[in-house]
Design a protein around this ligand. Structure first.
Ligand code: SF4
Length: 63
């Protein structure tokens, strides 16, 4: 099973809170822009959902 991750880049303000919850999934690149893994192992679901919860812009969708 995998988790599908989508970040709405129109909403994302690149604050980086999500990165603290799941730093293997979300990170800010050298330009400060969010990069993320679009599909992850199901074992990462809890941390990815935590990242979605802390996002101040509610930009992260988890399936
Ligand atoms: S917490 Fe939300 S707004 Fe901030 S970088 Fe992550 S997805 Fe973007």
């Amino acid at each position: 099973m995998t988790v599908k991750v989508f970040v709405d880049m129109d909403k994302c303000q690149h604050y980086g809170q999500c990165c603290f919850e799941a730093d293997d999934i979300f990170h800010l690149d050298d330009d400060g822009k969010l990069q993320y893994v679009a599909e992850a192992d199901d074992s990462r679901r809890d941390d990815i959902e935590s990242a979605a919860d802390v996002c101040p812009m509610q930009a992260i969708t988890v399936e």
